[in-house]
Design a protein around this ligand. Structure first.
Ligand SMILES: [Cu+2]
Length: 284
């Protein structure tokens, strides 16, 4: 960390002390959260309360090898920084994006949390030249409980959001191996015909281990697409063309055990999120 950066952090802390109405907490240090990948960055997060259950997060990454702030990021799924959060019983799921890195070297993202709690917040980015890195922060969020607070996910073969139902077959998930899940998206009981790309792909799957909070982000493609299309399918999912309702998704869960899983897709003009609880079998 260079002196300028230290001074900036110091000034932020002093400023916060002088202005309690806009109190910013001391920076939170993240924990690396991508099993099987070399930890090449550290990251810190400053939380600012901007409304009831709404927080502005400032996230900065530092290159572990050089100690310098990271200023260049590759776009992954159309974004430089994906921020995903769930609370301690995995009942909530929030997925936001930060836009471009700010001139202060930090990403700024506004999160609305559905209920009070301690959130596991994952910052998922690809610093240029370093590959995907994911850092987890523990962020306490205080506020009034909402009467419609979401419930923890249950172990079921299907779940729904509004008129959409997702049928999931996760039975072949296996620790440490690329495994395939299949899913079918129904609308009012029939295969959906109004699915559109969300961040460049047909569906996103985010897994969080309920044991050790390991994180996996995978995405789906049409079940009839050849596997070789997997890396370049964003270009094929042209706006306007309806996506197939039968999807398959490859993921490599790091360990056996239970994972909360959220499937996100765009149906009509709305982002839909369907939670699951899945069990990953031990390596064969
Ligand atoms: Cu994202």
């Amino acid at each position: 960390m260079d002196i300028k950066h230290l001074l900036a952090v110091g000034a932020a802390v002093i400023g916060a002390a002088a202005l309690p109405a806009f109190a910013a907490q001391a920076p939170l240090m993240g924990a690396f959260a991508l099993p099987g990948v070399t930890e090449k960055v550290t990251a810190e997060l400053v939380v600012r309360e901007t409304g009831p259950l709404t927080r502005e997060l400032l996230i900065g990454f530092t290159d572990k090898a050089t100690g310098k702030p990271i200023t260049h990021f590759d776009e992954e799924l159309t974004q430089e920084l994906h921020v995903l959060a769930t609370d301690s019983d995995f009942s909530s799921f929030v997925h936001e994006h930060a836009g471009k890195l700010g001139t202060d070297g930090r990403f700024k993202v506004t999160m609305h949390f559905p209920k009070p709690g301690t959130y596991h917040v994952y910052a998922d980015a690809v610093p240029t030249g370093l590959g995907q890195q994911v850092v987890r922060f523990e962020v306490p969020v205080e506020g009034a409980a909402s009467p419609t607070a979401p419930q923890p996910p249950v172990n079921a073969a299907q779940g729904s959001d509004g008129p959409y139902t997702v049928k999931l077959d996760a039975s072949s998930l296996q620790a440490g191996a690329e495994s395939m899940m299949t899913l079918t998206i129904l609308k009012d009981g029939k295969p959906a015909t109004d699915l559109a790309p969300f961040l460049g792909v047909a569906a996103h799957a985010v897994f969080v281990s309920t044991d050790d909070l390991a994180y996996v982000h995978a995405h789906a493609m049409g079940a009839d697409a050849p596997k070789g299309d997997h890396t370049s399918h964003a270009a094929h999912d042209a706006q306007g063309a309806a996506l197939p309702a039968n999807l398959m998704l490859h993921a490599t869960p790091p360990r056996a055990g239970r994972y909360a899983l959220w499937i996100q897709f765009k149906g009509g003009d709305q982002i839909r999120t369907v939670p699951f609880l899945v069990t990953v079998a031990p390596a064969a």
